[in-house]
Write a protein of this length. Sequence first.
Length: 76
Amino acid sequence: MRTLLNIDEKLLNYAKHRALEERLSLTQLVENALRVLLAKSPKSDEKVRLVTASGAGLKHGVDLDNSASLRAILDD
């Protein structure tokens, strides 16, 4: 399946070099990394505590379930 991702250029270059060292395609490296990360992720019934730098929580108007609005906020 084809998916478009925006990845930091330095991170992408590091991943490409790592894939070459391990004789993997970039796709294989990313898939393997996602499998490892997702295997460690908390179960859906576990609470996740978000740590904020200041204040009591999210900035007013931020909806973590709406990726388009988050992208717009981050682009500002």
